[in-house]
Design a protein around this ligand. Structure first.
Ligand code: NAP
Length: 236
């Protein structure tokens, strides 16, 4: 028997740690039912328990954005389990080439980054779009990076930069295509944020998550096709 959630439902990819986990925490507190995705279901379960010990509002889920079989199944599963999706946060990401240069880089990490950072977000969006279109308040948030701002690309990290620039292009395209359906599609950058084992001294994940939560919670008729951090526009 298919379920139907009374609460608005948000799907967050890469929700097991860092910015994604904080986004889940904030959205639960704002009254969302949260589908918390990770490539590893066990990690998703541990993260879900951390922010929702009673298991009432956060549902852990195996989401592997570079696996189209898994993402097709996700669409069916969410429909069966919740009957709705109101927001999608495409947060899952990889940055495989911190020290590479575009002129001589091995293209394998570039292909990997495109598969996760661009096609991953694209796949999940396509899988959930029918449900999003039926929502009274549909939102898609692509978690991008100023490192993908074409205006500011200055060399280095080619896989990450090019894949995030492409994610920004996808954001603009979908925002235009889905405008008439009321689906607001925005890209945000959380800023330089501390991670497990990296970016020490950066923003806290909670600070990074604020830009994402803003884009999930904007009202109907609000901005679409924007690229922002802390509510301020970034150059494309
Ligand atoms: N941290 C920063 O300074 C910074 C700056 C600008 C932009 N951003 C962006 O903000 C977002 C969050 O950053 P973060 O630092 O919190 O990230 P992170 O700690 O590196 O976490 C990345 C997340 O992506 C998930 N992931 C990786 N590959 C995946 C795949 N194939 N399928 C599904 N999930 C996958 C991981 O989940 P599992 O390992 O559990 O599967 C993990 O939860 C990213 O989009 C990042 O590019 C971050």
């Amino acid at each position: 028997m298919p379920g139907r959630s009374e609460l608005p439902v948000v799907v967050v990819t890469g929700g097991s740690r860092g910015v994604g986990l904080e986004v889940c925490r904030r959205l639960v507190n704002l009254g969302f039912a949260v589908v918390l995705g990770s490539r590893d279901l066990r990690r998703a379960e541990i993260a879900a328990k951390e922010i929702d010990p009673d298991g009432e509002r956060v549902t852990p889920c195996h989401i592997e954005v570079d696996n189209s079989v898994n993402i097709d199944a996700l669409g069916e599963w969410v429909k069966e389990r919740f009957g709705r999706v109101d927001a999608l946060v495409n947060n899952a990401s990889t940055a495989p080439d911190l020290w590479a240069m575009g002129g001589n880089t091995d293209l394998s990490p570039v292909a990997e980054a495109l598969d996760i950072n661009l096609f991953g977000a694209w796949r999940v969006t396509q899988a959930l779009l029918p449900l999003l279109r039926s929502s009274p308040r549909p939102r898609i948030v692509n978690v991008s990076s100023e490192g993908g701002s074409i205006a500011r690309i200055s060399g280095g990290r080619p896989a990450y930069a090019v894949s995030k620039a492409a994610l920004n292009a996808l954001t603009r395209m979908l925002a235009a295509e889905l405008y008439r359906d009321g689906v607001l599609v925005n890209a945000v950058c959380p800023g330089w944020t501390a991670q497990e084992g990296g970016n020490a001294g950066g923003r806290t994940p909670a600070q990074g998550a604020a830009s994402v939560v803003w884009a999930v919670t904007i009202p109907n008729g609000g901005p679409t096709g924007t690229f922002t951090r802390d509510g301020r526009e970034l150059p494309w």
